[in-house]
Design a protein around this ligand. Structure first.
Ligand SMILES: C[S@@+](CC[C@H](N)C(=O)[O-])C[C@H]1O[C@@H](n2cnc3c(N)ncnc32)[C@H](O)[C@@H]1O
Length: 262
């Protein structure tokens, strides 16, 4: 249902505004990106690399350190790229572009790495098609994305308050598998990781999402600020999920490796 996906300009603005706060809030993002990096075959030795949806450039630096090669960091959000440029003087290739229309030559890259960016793209099949075009034979697209079930507690709690869209739509696993299976990549594997983070107060979770730039920019979102009474109802509706560790926030992360035939 691409029409339910957020507007890309709003996505870019939201992440640009979050560039200065993103890194302190990105513990889960670090963990799942590192898990993706660890899945790359030990013998794989790419020389031309792209970090797609690079954000502040954490994994662009990690890729450069691991492979000792120049990396292109590509992102939709100019603010993220400005931040990345300042904090990563050793990397020169920061490019503002959309994952659905890569400004890169066909057969020019060995590795396209993308951590927690592609769930923001309305048309994943198109991203895969672009990645396939840009990869050299034998090249790898390594990406992770969020699946249905992520933030289900927050979605359920909001449903007790109103009918607006408050939480992004995440793809069901079956829909992802069907997109992976129908694309040009013949050789791919997908594994799902479940993560739970815990908070003492709901405000800690909502503040963290804001600091990450993961704002509600969906069509059907409510206008204006959330009033006190509605926040109270939201907090009350979240409370039944509380465990000994605190209020949980669940994340379902699909980790995917795809290879272009050599
Ligand atoms: C959650 S951040 C992840 C950043 C980084 N990969 C990390 O793991 O720290 C998502 C990033 O994807 C970028 N993004 C969203 N939609 C995009 C698109 N269509 N093309 C390129 N980048 C996009 C956002 O601007 C944001 O910087």
């Amino acid at each position: 249902m691409p029409e339910q996906r957020p507007d890309k300009r709003l996505v870019a603005d939201s992440f640009s505004r979050a560039a200065a706060t993103y890194d302190q809030a990105a513990a889960l993002q670090r963990a799942v990106g590192s898990n993706l990096l660890a899945r790359l075959p030990a013998e794989f030795a790419p020389t031309e690399l792209v970090d797609l949806g690079c954000g502040t450039g954490y994994f662009s630096r990690a890729l450069q350190a691991r492979y000792g090669q120049q990396v292109i960091g590509l992102d939709l959000a100019e603010g993220m790229l400005r931040h990345a440029r300042q904090t990563s003087p050793l990397i020169s290739g920061w490019v503002a572009a959309d994952a659905e229309a890569l400004p890169l030559r066909a057969n020019s890259q060995d590795l396209i790495f993308s951590s927690l960016a592609l769930q923001w793209c309305p048309d994943l099949a198109r991203v895969l098609h672009e990645a396939y075009r840009v990869l050299r034979p034998g090249g790898c697209l390594a990406f992770n994305t969020l699946l249905e079930g992520s933030l289900h507690e927050l979605r359920t709690a909001w449903r007790a308050v109103d009918d607006f869209v408050h939480v992004n739509r995440f793809m069901p696993a079956e829909e992802l598998h069907s997109i992976l299976a129908t694309g040009e990549f013949g050789d791919w594997r997908c594994e799902v990781e479940e993560h739970q983070l815990y908070y003492q107060r709901l405000g800690e979770l909502t503040q963290e999402l804001k600091a990450l730039g993961a704002h509600n920019v969906n069509p059907g979102r409510p206008g204006g600020l959330t009033g006190r009474a509605r926040l109270r109802r939201l907090t009350d509706a979240y409370e039944p999920f509380r465990t000994d560790q605190g209020l949980p926030a669940s994340w379902q992360v699909a980790q995917i490796l795809m290879f272009k035939p050599a």
